[in-house]
Design a protein around this ligand. Structure first.
Ligand code: TUI
Length: 315
C-alpha cells in the first residue's frame, strides 16, 4: 500500500491529484477521481464564478470524498472564485499562474487547505510562510502554463526548501514517473494529461484522440514572448503562433488576440484549425481511454512494485 502524509492530511486513499485543466476538468472528472481514491480538482480556468459554483454543487452530489477547486490567478474571475470557495466550504483549493498570498488569510480562516502549484523553490517558501499545507512543484514538462525548470531539477530543490509535503507534477504519466517522484522526495503526484483521456472526462473526443496519437516530440511551448509560455500539442495553430511570436512585425496585442478562445475551441469543439490542445510531454505515454479508477490503480500499482523492487540496484 503506497501511502504518504498527504493522504492523512487530506483524507484521501492514494497520493494522486488530477491536474486542473481549464475548460476540461469539471465535476464529473473531479468526482470520478475522488471516488477512485485520488484528489479530483475542478478547474476554475477563466470561466465565470457561477459556472464553477454549479460544478462545485454538482461534485457534491457525485461524491462524498474530498475534492478541490483550482483557481487560475490570471483569470479576471479569480477574486470572485476565491470568495465562492469560502461560501461553498470547498475543502481544498489549489492555485496556479500566480501568487495566492492575498487570499491565503481568508481561506485559512474558512478552514480551507491551500495547495499552490509553484514553479520555483522561492515561491514555494513564500507560500509556506503564508500557510500553504503542501505545494505542487510543477516542471516545464507539464501541459498548459509552464515554468522554466524541469521536474527532475525542481522537485528535490523544493523538497529541500520547505517542510510541508511536496507533490510532483509535469512529465508524470505512469507508475515509473510516480516512483521517480517519490525518489526525488515528493509525497505524491499530480497528473493532468493522463486524466484528460479518462472515460469520465467530458473533453471533445477529438482532443482525446490527438493525445492518444501523440509521440514524445509532439508538444511545443509557445507564448514565451508574452511572459507566460503554454505547452500544447503541435498543430497548425500552435506552429502559426510560434512563427508569429518570432515575427517582430506582430505586436503582443495581436499575439494575445490570436490566442484568445483557442483552448475552448480545442476542449469544447475539438476544432483542429483554431484550437490550442494543451498537453504535457508524456502525451506519448498515453495509449488508451481508461476509467479514473483504472488509471489510479494501475499507476499506484506500478509505483508500488518499482519502489519495493528498488533494492535490487544496491548490491
Ligand atoms: O497554472 C498552471 N497551468 C496552467 S494555467 C492555464 S490557463 C492559461 N491560459 C492562458 C494563458 C496562461 C494560462 C493553463 N495551464 N500551472 C501552475 C503554474 N503556476 N505554473 C506556473 C505557475 C506559477 C507562476 C508564477 C505560480 C506562481 C507564480 O508566482 C509568481 C509570483 O510572482 O509570485
Amino acid at each position: 500500500m503506497l501511502r504518504s502524509p498527504i493522504c492523512d492530511l487530506l483524507g484521501i486513499k492514494y497520493p494522486v491529484f488530477q491536474g486542473a485543466m481549464a475548460w476540461i476538468a469539471d465535476a464529473d472528472l473531479a468526482a470520478a477521481v475522488s471516488n477512485a481514491g485520488g484528489l479530483g480538482i475542478i478547474a476554475g480556468g477563466s470561466a465565470p464564478v457561477d459556472i464553477i459554483r454549479q460544478q462545485v454543487r454538482k461534485c457534491r452530489t457525485l461524491t462524498d470524498k474530498p475534492f478541490a477547486v483550482n483557481i487560475m490567478l490570471m483569470s479576471p474571475a479569480a477574486p470572485d472564485i476565491a470568495q465562492m470557495v469560502v461560501e461553498e466550504k470547498v475543502p481544498v483549493v489549489t492555485t496556479g499562474a500566480g501568487s495566492p498570498a492575498k487570499y491565503m488569510a481568508a481561506w485559512q480562516g474558512a478552514g480551507i487547505k491551500v495547495i499552490p502549484v509553484i514553479p520555483s523553490s522561492g515561491i514555494a517558501k513564500s507560500v509556506e510562510r503564508y500557510g500553504a499545507v503542501a505545494v505542487v512543484a510543477e516542471g516545464g514538462e507539464s501541459g498548459g502554463h509552464v515554468g522554466d525548470l524541469t521536474t527532475m531539477a525542481l522537485v528535490p530543490q523544493v523538497v529541500d526548501a520547505v517542510t510541508i509535503p511536496v507533490l510532483a507534477a509535469g512529465g508524470i504519466g505512469d507508475g515509473r514517473g510516480m516512483a521517480a517522484a517519490f525518489m526525488l522526495g515528493a509525497s505524491g503526484v499530480q497528473m493532468g494529461t493522463r486524466f484528460l483521456v479518462a472515460k469520465e472526462c467530458n473533453v471533445n473526443p477529438v482532443y482525446k484522440q490527438k493525445i492518444i496519437a501523440a509521440k514524445d516530440i509532439d508538444t511545443i511551448a509557445t507564448g514565451k514572448r508574452l511572459g507566460h509560455p503554454v505547452r500544447g500539442l503541435k498543430t497548425a495553430f500552435s506552429r502559426r503562433f510560434f512563427e508569429m511570436e518570432y515575427d517582430p512585425t506582430v505586436s503582443n496585442e495581436d499575439l494575445e488576440k490570436f490566442g484568445e478562445g483557442a483552448l475552448q475551441a480545442a476542449a469544447i469543439r475539438g476544432d483542429e484549425e483554431h484550437g490550442a490542445f494543451m498537453a504535457g510531454q508524456i502525451a506519448g505515454l498515453v495509449k488508451q481511454e481508461q476509467t479514473c479508477a483504472e488509471i489510479i490503480e494501475e499507476t499506484v500499482g506500478e509505483a508500488e512494485a518499482l519502489l519495493k523492487g528498488a533494492g535490487k540496484w544496491v548490491v
